[in-house]
Design a protein around this ligand. Sequence first.
Ligand code: UDP
Length: 259
Amino acid sequence: MARRRQIYEGKAKILYEGPEPGTLIQYFKDDATAFNAQKRGTISGKGVINNRISEHIFTALQVIGVPTHFIRRLNMREQLIRQVEIIPIEIVIRNVAAGSLSKRLGIEEGTQLPRTIIEYYYKDDALGDPMIADEHIACFGWATQDEMNDIADMAIRVNDFLSGMFAAIGIRLIDFKLEFGRVWDGDYARVILADEISPDGCRLWDIKTNQKLDKDRFRQDLGGVEEAYQEVARRLGLLQPEDESAVLDFDTHRKKRGR
Ligand code: UDP
């Protein structure tokens, strides 16, 4: 069989040509990076878990009418997606102060924000994904005002949905990152949700203990990284019973290691 054509390789995923025009295959790697790729490592099994978590979330979002690039999961590490023209903006939605917001503005991590904040970052590794304002987006033509209105509306819907979904399994959605892409229908362009939603791009804290169940465990060398990703999947009901028996109970594991 001819090797399929690789279209793009990112930090956590590879995109291959899909079986039909307008489709791509998204392959989830175990590679992890942080701090603009200055820190690199692997999180064993992460690709498999993120593939499942992202499938679960994108499917649920489609049910409530948020259009996404997701078509179907193909196997443990791959999903079939619609090819989109990626809008070069990372949308960050924040409910609770953490990460760069806490650092830049001196607001203590864990402070509940009085209202949800949406921030925009220009997707450019060489520039370190700088934060930008609406004005920059319009000025440099990265997206139209209509597209940005649609994106902000969808981001708020996704936030409301995910906040409830995670709260139901004892997880507080602190903040997360979304990416959107354009699909063309003749001369008419439409914006849909793209990329992935997984513990790589979300801050997820246990509601009772504030334990971090996301990539901050990797960023901050907290240990228990694999277990944290598995715990999110387990609470979402995505691990099979045979997988579950293999998964160490997250709390017991951490206590054993004295963390
Ligand atoms: N995020 C991401 N990719 C990035 C930058 C941020 O997925 O390139 C996510 C991150 O996981 C967090 C949220 O966006 O859930 C806000 O990140 P923040 O601006 O606090 O940056 P960080 O502290 O992660 O550098």
